[in-house]
Ligand binder design. Structure first.
Ligand code: SF4
Length: 233
């Protein structure tokens, strides 16, 4: 299990490396270039032995695809991940995707699914997404809350690094998102990359997975009981 600088979770466990989405600003691809986890970034590879890290006892909020996108994973990989998560209900598991396709179903209840976008108006009905990750924020975003009935949280962040063409968000873009979220009682978590831009308006509401983890019983996640599914589009 890796400690992480990502400020909305405790750790990352990456059992898949690689992604075909091709985002210009991809930090994971940059890391792969530096540390050479896999030969070809565009051909994701599965490392099932990494799932052993989930047996750690202390409950944590674990981001499961910081070096990939679960929407691109093979069914067998998803099934192996589901089994490992079900055997370790002490943690909460967080997944993000940019894709509009996929999958299998997870039987594990303590899983949170997020959709990752950077700009525009959020399209389509996506009832199984619990949160949106709007990072890096590249332009104003309008969220259609009616199409996201289970949306409970929005994470917002600025682009980091020194990429040529890097886009700096405007404060009014973030202010608009906060206003939309407040109107719909959706939590807002701003990443540290927005602290200077937002000044006294900087805000980090508690992430929804910590509602589960902060309960006394470390197996409490099971008591929430609702099974989450990833459906095929
Ligand atoms: S989806 Fe994530 S991992 Fe894939 S290219 Fe984009 S930023 Fe990189």
């Amino acid at each position: 299990m890796n400690k992480t600088k990502i400020d909305w979770c405790d750790s990352t466990v990456n059992c898949v490396y690689g992604c075909t989405n091709g985002c210009d600003y991809c930090y994971a691809r940059k890391l792969n270039k530096r540390f050479h986890f896999i030969d070809n970034w565009k051909e994701p590879e599965f490392f099932p032995e990494r799932l052993e890290a989930l047996t750690s006892k202390k409950p944590k909020a674990i981001f499961m695809d910081s070096m990939s996108d679960y929407g691109l994973w093979e069914i067998e990989w998803l099934q192996a991940v589901d089994k490992a998560m079900a055997e370790n209900p002490q943690h909460c598991y967080i997944f993000l995707t940019k894709t509009n396709k996929k999958g299998t179903k997870f039987k594990t209840p303590n899983v949170f699914f997020g959709k990752s976008i950077t700009q525009g108006i959020y399209p389509g009905r996506e009832e199984y997404f619990d949160f949106l990750s709007i990072e890096p924020l590249h332009a104003p975003v309008g969220i259609n809350f009616d199409l996201l009935p289970n949306l409970r949280q929005v994470i917002i962040g600025a682009e980091t690094g020194n990429r040529k063409g890097k886009i700096k968000p405007k404060k009014e873009w973030v202010d608009s998102l906060v206003k939309q979220c407040d109107k719909h009682n959706v939590r807002v978590f701003m990443k540290e990359s927005l602290r200077d831009l937002m000044g006294s308006d900087f805000r980090q509401d508690q992430c929804i997975w910590y509602d589960m983890l902060n309960k006394e019983n470390e197996n409490v996640c099971w008591k929430y009981g609702l099974y989450k599914y990833i459906y095929k589009w």
